[in-house]
Ligand binder design. Structure first.
Ligand SMILES: C[C@@](CO)(OP(=O)(O)O)[C@H](O)COP(=O)(O)OP(=O)(O)OC[C@H]1O[C@@H](n2ccc(N)nc2=O)[C@H](O)[C@@H]1O
Ligand SMILES: Nc1ncnc2c1ncn2[C@@H]1O[C@H](COP(=O)(O)OP(=O)(O)O)[C@@H](O)[C@H]1O
Length: 284
């Protein structure tokens, strides 16, 4: 039997870091939502007790470093499954981009193997398994829109933000999430974004309020390391995006745009100096 799962990318509409915890992680407050840019996973049962990963791209690990491999291994061990699985990752989400591509692949693997092997694991249990793989994986298990606290694994579902276009632009720069958190200094923060005000903006369905509440305290860290990301951000504002922010630890910058008539102009303007540009819708 063969099954398919979609693994969409996430963006952080706001991200605040409260403090560093004794376990080395940072306590965060984030509002995350999914966009219609997704990897596609094909999963096929194998009679042998093995996990095989393939992909059409050559720049991700295909061994135990792959998050889909780790998810399959975890579920097999925890639920004593002796069958194997072949997983093909059709990668569409840019890698190490702040869009949680690997985390979403891990979450899709958990959902997919739950179906493939009729394990009937409840969603909350899948999320708890996901938390063992990465801070963003529990959110990716259910998707939608949520307030994430703790190290990102404690989730409160929210309604979807008002529908709009999302223009994503990623320069060919690799950013390590651990390094960005490592360089973060809370005393350097001028203004903290507010989860409460972003939540209100979403609940009111106010697109202008969502745009004005966008904020990410990791942005300054990545922009200082890579000034070209700051230029990209400025260009997106100049081209007329209604709200602009870096997603997660970056380097992807996204622009929210309400009018379809503006999308082509912004997209084409960005393509001038950034090869990877996507114009997608929110997954509400
Ligand atoms: C910044 C965010 C925002 O959504 O996303 P990305 O930019 O990675 O997409 C997340 O907090 C990233 O989540 P994720 O990528 O799953 O991180 P993990 O694998 O759990 O952790 C990678 C490393 O980041 C640091 N880390 C991560 C989460 C957190 N709350 N505090 C941290 O300090 C730790 O150094 C950890 O070793
Ligand atoms: N299935 C996967 N897809 C993409 N990257 C993966 C995957 N599994 C492991 N990785 C590794 O995880 C790292 C972070 O990738 P990714 O999840 O795309 O970043 P981010 O969390 O910044 O969005 C990369 O260095 C990549 O090599």
């Amino acid at each position: 039997m063969k099954i398919y799962e979609k693994a969409p990318a996430k963006i952080n509409l706001m991200l605040d870091v409260l403090h560093k915890r004794p376990d080395g992680y940072h306590e965060v407050e984030m509002i995350m939502t999914m966009v219609d840019l997704a990897d596609r996973l094909e999963m096929k049962e194998l009679p042998r007790d093995t996990i095989i990963i393939s992909s059409q791209v050559g720049y991700i690990p295909l061994d135990e470093k792959n998050l889909a491999f780790q998810a399959a291994k975890l579920i097999k061990e925890r639920y004593q499954v002796s069958k194997g699985v072949y997983i093909h990752l059709d990668k569409k989400i840019p890698v190490a981009a702040g869009l949680a591509g690997g985390s979403s692949d891990a979450a899709a693997t958990l959902r997919g193997l739950n179906r493939l092997w009729d394990l009937n694991i409840p969603l909350e249990e899948l999320q708890a398994l996901g938390a063992e793989l990465g801070s963003d994986v529990p959110f990716c298990v259910t998707g939608g829109t949520a307030l994430a606290t703790g190290r990102g694994e404690q989730l409160t579902p929210l309604p979807g933000p008002p529908q709009c276009w999302v223009i994503l632009a990623k320069l060919p720069i690799n950013v390590s999430t651990a390094e960005v958190y490592g360089r973060f200094r809370s005393d350097k923060i001028q203004k903290h974004p507010s989860a409460r005000r972003m939540q209100e903006a979403i609940e009111q369905g106010s697109f202008p309020a969502v745009c004005s509440e966008l904020g990410n305290v990791l942005e300054d860290v990545t922009l200082q390391m890579h000034p070209e990301v700051a230029q990209l951000r400025e260009t997106m504002i100049r081209l007329g995006a209604d709200g602009v922010l870096m997603s997660g630890s970056g380097p992807t910058v996204f622009g929210l745009v309400s009018k379809e008539s503006k999308v082509a102009r912004i997209y084409n303007g960005l393509r001038g100096f950034c090869k990877e540009v996507y114009a997608v819708r929110l997954l509400t």
